[in-house]
Ligand binder design. Structure first.
Ligand SMILES: Nc1ncnc2c1ncn2[C@@H]1O[C@H](COP(=O)(O)OP(=O)(O)OP(=O)(O)O)[C@@H](O)[C@H]1O
Ligand SMILES: [Mg+2]
Length: 261
């Protein structure tokens, strides 16, 4: 049965989609069968992997509102071991739909939708939007664990308490097994004092929640131009620039996740 990992942070632009795509690609390169679930109406994970709107008719939105089965929307990507359940802008309507349909267990729609295919994948990685609304709640409701990317910039830790609070509430209600897999510092720049400050703060308050590589060093995703360029080629940084520092960070993250099981 697959482990479901949701990538979440209600702050925008912190590296959620980048982490979703590149962690998934790194796990797939290690021979694991991976499904990305793009649960963000911005569709960035879907586009990052080279899909455009005309490439697919149905998407995760149709699954959540109950008119398609998850297996009917999954697309193989051009990369081995990597599939995606794409998103669509229609997802923004989901909030309204949730209330109109007044569905029972509406926080668990994604969890229930993924259930029938969980044996087909080693990991299901869910990208979530920059909000703590119903889509993110569904993404966290479905997850075994959550990875929280933290951008190494000013205000990095702002809003974190609210996110942790939400996770704790979910643990007490709809998802008792939810754990925080770790915080992932992203866009780190060694020349930048602020970057170092954020990392110091994180290691002070959340030391046991930072990922360690096999030499017990913190895994930190550097600010790296190859990471920023790769989506425009419809590739993860693993294919686009395997030896870049950005790729190495995500490969190390995948190795740590595999090692920790
Ligand atoms: N390590 C990095 N080095 C350089 N650029 C990066 C890095 N990580 C992410 N970026 C770039 O920063 C921008 C934001 O990243 P990304 O889209 O992954 O954030 P996000 O949290 O998913 O955003 P949103 O909240 O809008 O969904 C993108 O243009 C991405 O290419
Ligand atoms: Mg995103």
């Amino acid at each position: 049965m697959s482990e479901i990992i949701t990538i979440a942070n209600q702050k925008g632009g912190v590296g959620k989609t980048t982490t979703t795509v590149n962690l998934s690609a790194s796990l797939a390169k290690n021979g694991k069968k991976i499904l990305i679930v793009d649960a963000d109406p911005q569709t960035n994970a879907t586009t990052s992997l080279g899909f455009s709107r005309n490439d697919y008719e149905y998407n995760i939105y149709h699954v959540l509102i109950g008119i398609k089965h998850i297996s009917e929307v999954i697309l193989p990507t051009k990369f081995e071991n990597l599939d995606i359940a794409p998103a669509n802008i229609g997802l923004v309507g989901i909030e309204k739909d949730f209330y109109i349909s007044a569905k029972a267990n509406r926080e668990l729609l994604l969890k229930e939708a993924l259930e029938p295919i969980r044996d087909e994948y080693d990991y299901i990685i869910v990208d979530s939007p920059p909000a703590l609304g119903p889509i993110t709640i569904n993404a966290l409701g479905a997850a075994n664990s959550v990875i929280i990317p933290i951008q190494c910039e000013f205000f990095a830790l702002e809003g974190l308490a609210q996110l942790l609070n939400t996770i704790n509430l979910l643990k007490k209600s709809i998802n008792r097994e939810l754990t925080i897999k770790g915080f992932l510092p992203t866009m780190y720049s060694g020349q930048n004092n602020l970057s170092r400050q954020v990392l110091d703060d994180l290691s002070l308050h959340f030391k046991d929640k930072l990922f360690l590589d096999e030499k017990d060093r913190f895994i930190i995703v550097p600010r790296n131009v190859k990471i920023a360029e790769s989506p425009s080629f419809g590739q993860s940084v693993i294919e686009y620039a395997y030896h870049s520092k950005g790729a190495v960070a995500y490969i190390n993250l995948a190795k740590t996740i595999l090692r920790e099981g």
